[in-house]
Write a protein that binds this ligand. Structure first.
Ligand code: DAH
Length: 344
């Protein structure tokens, strides 16, 4: 028996496994239910008491040796490291690991936030599941306004009259929540995700991101609105970017406007990003309609304010020349990696 054990001991000590199959063969040979160790233990049962004392210890040590050898290779094979491969070149560089990067929408959102923070705006947020009051009624949407239509809005619950619960269609709802729950002055920007029942294409998506802005105080005028947004554009797209305001209509602002900037790609000379007009629209804005102030419990004789809302995707497209909205939500690492340099 001693002889047998000595022979197997040197075999085990010399054993190496480069592949899982070799290790499995080792396990079956020594540690398997019909293996050598089982056989030695069976023989052990038949020896006399004197031999039992000496062999008991030897046999247990032998079993331990086989188990240790097995575990050692199992670990290194599992982790893919060939610790006993003497041909391994230790001077090779180690495995690099991937560094994450910020999503372009987060980069641009943070940049927008930073610019407005420097002007004294605070950041506020509101729920993505909204009721009709905050998303529409308080914002002065007429009863039959098409934006309330099933085609634009994802309803969570269709209620009686104005009881609907829906995914918010814009971040203007956060204005209402802010004004209802505090006292003027308000000076806030409100970033967040919004939802619309649209077919997904390069230029439309069923969810996207907006930043809403609100400034309410005594004597806030349209010139404050223009100057604030002008400054914002210079900071975001660089000095010399031109702006222009066109009259528009939103139920919650009066007067309302849309703001264009000189095309950031062609600098106004005309390209397919600006449809050869030299201008691109980036946001909607206006003076908060007195009805909205009153709906939120604010005295519209004493206070005035301006508001604006912009799509973060649009701002990002113009900054990085991205032409397909779907890229933002597909999480294709080849796309996301391109923003790696801006990690903070
Ligand atoms: N809520 C508008 C939209 O989703 C954007 C907007 C326009 C917001 C004018 C405003 C505003 O605050 O004054 O299209």
């Amino acid at each position: 028996m001693q002889e047998q054990i000595d022979k197997y001991t040197s075999e085990i000590k010399a054993f190496t496994a480069a592949k899982a199959e070799e290790l499995e063969a080792f396990r079956i040979k020594y540690l398997g239910t019909k293996g050598i160790i089982k056989d030695l233990f069976d023989q052990f049962k038949t020896v006399g008491p004197e031999e039992k004392r000496t062999f008991g210890k030897v046999l247990n040590q032998f079993k331990q040796l086989a188990e240790e050898k097995y575990n050692e290779f199992k670990e290194s094979l599992d982790s893919g490291v060939k610790s006993h491969d003497s041909s391994q070149d230790l001077t090779l560089p180690g495995d690099g690991f991937e560094v994450g990067s910020r999503h372009p929408l987060s980069l641009v959102r943070n940049e927008i936030i930073d610019i407005f923070k420097r002007l004294g705006f605070v950041v506020a947020e509101g729920p993505e599941i909204e009721d009709d009051w905050h998303n529409f009624s308080a914002l002065n949407f007429p009863e039959e306004h098409p934006a309330r239509d099933m085609q634009d809005t994802f309803f969570v619950r269709k209620g009686e009259g104005n009881d609907d619960i829906a995914l918010r269609t814009h971040t203007s709802s956060v204005q209402v929540r802010m004004m209802e729950s505090g006292k003027p002055p308000f000076r806030a920007i409100m970033p967040g995700r919004v939802y619309r029942n649209e077919a997904i294409s390069a230029r439309a998506h069923c969810f996207f991101h907006q930043v809403e802005g609100l400034y309410v105080d005594e004597n806030v005028s349209f010139s404050d609105l223009k100057q604030t947004l002008y400054h914002f554009v210079q900071e975001l797209y660089g000095e010399g970017t031109k702006v222009r305001f066109r009259p528009s209509y939103f139920p919650f602002t009066e007067p309302s406007a849309e703001m264009d900037i000189s095309c950031t790609i062609c600098k106004g000379s005309g390209c397919n990003m600006c449809k050869y007009s030299g201008w691109v629209e980036i946001l909607g804005c206006g003076m908060v309609d007195p009805n909205v102030l009153e709906n939120c419990g604010i005295d519209s004789k004493k206070y005035t304010g301006f508001a604006f809302g912009m799509g973060i995707e649009r701002i990002t497209n113009l900054k990085y020349v991205i032409r397909d909205l779907r890229l933002f939500s597909e999480n294709d690492v080849r796309f996301l990696k391109q923003f790696q340099t801006e990690i903070i």
